[in-house]
Ligand binder design. Sequence first.
Ligand code: ASC
Length: 135
Amino acid sequence: AQMKPEDAIKFRQSGYTFMAWNMGKIKAQAVDGTTPFNKDQVAAAANAIAAVANSGMGALYLPGTDKGKGWKDTRVKPELFTDKEEVGKIAKNFVEQANKLQQVALAGDQAAIKTQFGEMGKACKACHDKFRIEE
Ligand code: ASC
């Protein structure tokens, strides 16, 4: 049985929201320095991001889920549902970058974490630029 479109939208939005919370902690501690660097907290955040990134969220982009039903409309462009090759490349790269961030976060070198956080951010942005409707 296929899940309801509004459920697919809810699950994927919650995944991005949860990753954003964890990215914010890494940014504050390892990039901006607005919060003291705590190796364990940064590693926990990177583990959470990697877990979501590896969870197979592509399965939530069901046909018809470019518009919400009962949920607020999504910002996904219709091309995401047709340009599967490009979406696949971008998604694969994001997972790789999230996995690398998990590795460097576990090692705990703040400068390396900062660099890899930037690399992962580029992977986020690649999808936003191509497939997200700007507000
Ligand atoms: C975040 C977040 C994103 C990405 C993006 C990176 O923390 O919510 O969507 O990083 O800004 O370019």
